[in-house]
Design a protein around this ligand. Structure first.
Ligand code: ADP
Ligand code: MG
Length: 613
C-alpha cells in the first residue's frame, strides 16, 4: 500500500466531515499554546476551512515532519499514552486531512524573521519554501474530498455542515475560556468568543446569557473522579440532548455512559422528551480512562464506569436538592456555588428564606419563569415557585445559622395545612395560600403520590401488600406466565402475591396496599408485561439499579391506573388526603407522565384581571 493510500484510509476515520477538520486543527492550535484562534469556513467547509493561531509555530525542519504519518511531537513513549494532556497524540490528523484536500500550511516560530510554507494537493507536495506570515500557524484546507468523489457526495448542505462545525467549536471553546476564538462564515463574522476567566462567561457567549445565568454550578469530589458542572434547573429544558456538553479531562466527548448518567439524574424532574442543559467537566485519574478508543477521540472508556455513572448522578441530584428543587432529599455533601460565588449551606438556607416563605414546592406558575441573576447572587423573577419548606432545612444548618438574621423566618406551611376550598368540575382541587389560588390536577397529583409511594417502598424494604378477600384468577399469555414464574423474588418485593394456576393463568392473592381497591387483573397484567421486559442477561445481578428503569415505568403505569380520574367526585376526606399527600413527594413540577401537578394563580393576576391594579 502506498503512503498516500494509507493516509486516505486514515482520513476516512479521522476526517468524517468538515467539522472533524475544524476540530483537529483547532485542537492542534490549542496544543500549540495559542491565545487566539481564528476559523474561516466557506461553503460549509467544502470550499475552504482555515484555522489561524498565534501559537508556538513550527520551524522549517519541523513543518515537513508534521505532515508525515505518526509524526507527533506530543508523545514519545507508549507509557505517555495513559497520561495524555494534549488533545493530539496520534500524529494522524494533518497527513490525513492533507491527503483529501488542497492543503497549505504556513508557520513561523517566534524569533524567526520569516515563515515557511508547504502546499500540497491530495497529499502530493507542490511547493515548499519560505513565505511571509505572522508568528503562529495558518492552515488552509480547500476543496475537501475533491479527490475522493464518493466522500464529497456525502457532504450535507452548507448550513448543516456549519452547524456541526459550530458545535465542535463550542465544545472546544468551553474547555478553554481563556482562549479567544472567532469564526467567520463565508463573508460574515459569525461569532466572537472573547477570552475570559469564568467558564460561565464562555457558556453565556455560546448559549445565551439567560441560559448561563440560570445554570447551577456543581463542584464535587468523588473517589473515582471530580465533577465540575453547570447544569440547568428543572424548568429550563431543551427538546433534544444537543445542549449536553461533556468533557473528560478537558477533552470533549460524546460518551453514552456520561450522557445517560446526566439524563438519569433528571429522571422525573423533567417532562417526557425534554432534556437538561449541562456542561460537565469530569476529571479522572489519567490511568482510569482510555481516550484512545476512537480515532476522533471522542469516545472514552472508563475502568470503573459504574462509579463514574454514580458520581454524576449524585452530583446533579445534590445540586438539585441543595437548591430545594426536591423535597426530603439528603442535604448536599459537596460545594455548590451560585452565580460563580461560593456559598455554603448557611447562605443557601438564607436564600431559601428570601424566596418567600409562603411559596410551596411543586408548582408551575402561569407567568414568568424565574431566573438567577449571577451578578447580585440573588434570585430574581416575580414568581418564586421554587422553594424550600422550612422543615427540610437540615437541623445542623439551622443550628449553625443561629446568628444569621435569615434564621428568623416564619414557618412555611405544608400542603396539608392549606385551607381547602373544594373541588372544581370533579377534576381539580382548589386550595388557598398567601400567594394566591392553588389549582391541583387531582389525577396528576394522586398519580404522583402513588408513584412515589411505590418507588420509595420498593427501594427500602419492599412494597407493602394487602391480601385480597377473594383471590382473583388472571389469564396470561405463556410469555407473561414465564416471566411471572421467573421473578418470584421481585414480585414479592413489588407487593404482589401470585401463584401459577393451571396452564394459562395465575391466582393473585395480594396486591400493593397502596393500590388497594383496584382490580387485580389489570395490575397483574401490567406487572407481567414489565417483568417480561427486564433484561435477564445479568440475572445474578439483582441490583436495584438494573431494575429501576423498568420498574419506574411499571410504577408509573400502576399509579396511572389506580389514581383518581378526572370527573371522579371525591369526598372531602379524600380531597384532603390528596392535597396532604403532596407533602410526601419529592418536589418535581410534573406527574410521572410529564404534566404539571399543580399551578398557582397569584393574587396579583386576579387583581390585574379585575382591574384592581
Ligand atoms: P497530533 O496532534 O496527534 O500530534 P497532528 O497530525 O494533528 O498530530 O499534528 C502533527 C504535529 O504537527 C503535531 O504533533 C505538532 O507538532 C505539529 N502541529 C500541528 N498543528 C500545529 C499548530 N497549529 N501549531 C504548532 N504545531 C502544530
Ligand atoms: Mg492533532
Amino acid at each position: 500500500m502506498s503512503d498516500a493510500l494509507v493516509d486516505q484510509i486514515a482520513a476516512g476515520e479521522v476526517v468524517e466531515r468538515p467539522a472533524s477538520v475544524v476540530k483537529e486543527l483547532v485542537e492542534n492550535s490549542l496544543d500549540a499554546g495559542a491565545e487566539k484562534i481564528r476559523v474561516e469556513v466557506r461553503d460549509g467547509g467544502a470550499a475552504l476551512i482555515s484555522v489561524t493561531d498565534d501559537g508556538i509555530g513550527m520551524s522549517p525542519t519541523e513543518l515537513p515532519m508534521a505532515l508525515q504519518r505518526h509524526a507527533t511531537s506530543k508523545l514519545s513513549k507508549a507509557a505517555d499514552l495513559m497520561r495524555i494532556s494534549s488533545f493530539g497524540f496520534r500524529g494522524e490528523a494533518l497527513p490525513a486531512i492533507a491527503s483529501v484536500s488542497r492543503f497549505r500550511i504556513l508557520s513561523r516560530v517566534r524569533g524567526a524573521n520569516v515563515g515557511y510554507e508547504i502546499r500540497s494537493e491530495a497529499g502530493k507536495v507542490l511547493r515548499e519554501g519560505e513565505a511571509g506570515g505572522p508568528v503562529g500557524t495558518r492552515i488552509e484546507v480547500a476543496d475537501l474530498f475533491e479527490s475522493v468523489p464518493a466522500r464529497r457526495k456525502f457532504l450535507k448542505r452548507p448550513g448543516t455542515e456549519w452547524g456541526h462545525i459550530t458545535d465542535w467549536l463550542a465544545r472546544l471553546a468551553m474547555v478553554r475560556p481563556d482562549i479567544h476564538v472567532e469564526a467567520q462564515r463565508d463573508d460574515r463574522m459569525a461569532m466572537i468568543w472573547p477570552a475570559c476567566s469564568d467558564p460561565r462567561d464562555r457558556i453565556a457567549a455560546i448559549l445565551s446569557d439567560d441560559d448561563a445565568a440560570s445554570l447551577l454550578e456543581v463542584d464535587q469530589d468523588f473517589t473515582a473522579c471530580h465533577v465540575h458542572a453547570f447544569i440547568s434547573t428543572p424548568e429550563r429544558t431543551r427538546a433534544n440532548g444537543q445542549a449536553l456538553y461533556l468533557f473528560v479531562n478537558g477533552r470533549p466527548v460524546r460518551d453514552r455512559l456520561l450522557r445517560h448518567a446526566l439524563i438519569e439524574a433528571y429522571r422525573d424532574l423533567l417532562p417526557r422528551g425534554r432534556f437538561p442543559i449541562g456542561v460537565v467537566f469530569l476529571e479522572v485519574p489519567p490511568g482510569t480512562v482510555d481516550v484512545n478508543v476512537h480515532p476522533a477521540k471522542w469516545e472514552v472508556r472508563f475502568s470503573d464506569p459504574q462509579a463514574i455513572h454514580g458520581a454524576i448522578r449524585h452530583a446533579v441530584r445534590d445540586a438539585m436538592s441543595s437548591r430545594r428543587w426536591l423535597g426530603g432529599m439528603q442535604p448536599p455533601t459537596g460545594r455548590v456555588t451560585q452565580g460563580g460565588q461560593p456559598v455554603d449551606e448557611h447562605s443557601m438556607a438564607g436564600t431559601a428564606g428570601i424566596l418567600g416563605p409562603s411559596s410551596l414546592p411543586g408548582f408551575e406558575t402561569n407567568s414568568s419563569v424565574r431566573s438567577f441573576d449571577s451578578a447580585s447572587g440573588q434570585e430574581s423573577g416575580t414568581d418564586d415557585w421554587v422553594f424550600a419548606r422550612g422543615t427540610e432545612i437540615p437541623d445542623q444548618v439551622a443550628d449553625q445559622d443561629a446568628d444569621a438574621p435569615e434564621k428568623v423566618r416564619p414557618p412555611v406551611p405544608s400542603f396539608g395545612d392549606l385551607p381547602l376550598l373544594g373541588q372544581l368540575r370533579a377534576s381539580y382541587l382548589l386550595a388557598e395560600t398567601d400567594d394566591g389560588l392553588i389549582v391541583i390536577d387531582q389525577h396528576a397529583a394522586h398519580e404522583r403520590i402513588l408513584y412515589e409511594g411505590l418507588r420509595k417502598q420498593w427501594l427500602e424494604t419492599g412494597v407493602a401488600r394487602q391480601g385480597l378477600l377473594i383471590p382473583e384468577t388472571v389469564a396470561l399469555t405463556p410469555t407473561s406466565l414465564a416471566a411471572i414464574e421467573e421473578s418470584e423474588e421481585q414480585i414479592e418485593r413489588l407487593g404482589f402475591e401470585i401463584e401459577v394456576f393451571g396452564e394459562g393463568a395465575v391466582l393473585c392473592r395480594a396486591i400493593p396496599a397502596e393500590l388497594a381497591g383496584q382490580e387485580a387483573a389489570g395490575l397483574v397484567t401490567e406487572l407481567a408485561a414489565a417483568l417480561e421486559e427486564v433484561d435477564r442477561d445479568g440475572e445474578s445481578d439483582a441490583s436495584a439499579i438494573r431494575w429501576l428503569p423498568r420498574l419506574d415505568r411499571l410504577f408509573a403505569t400502576l399509579a396511572c391506573h389506580s389514581a383518581r380520574r378526572f370527573g371522579d367526585r371525591l369526598p372531602e376526606a379524600e380531597q384532603r388526603a390528596i392535597v396532604s399527600g403532596l407533602d410526601t413527594i419529592p418536589w418535581a413540577p410534573t406527574c410521572p407522565h410529564g404534566r404539571p401537578v399543580a399551578i398557582l394563580i397569584p393574587h396579583s393576576d386576579l387583581e390585574l384581571r379585575f382591574r384592581r391594579r
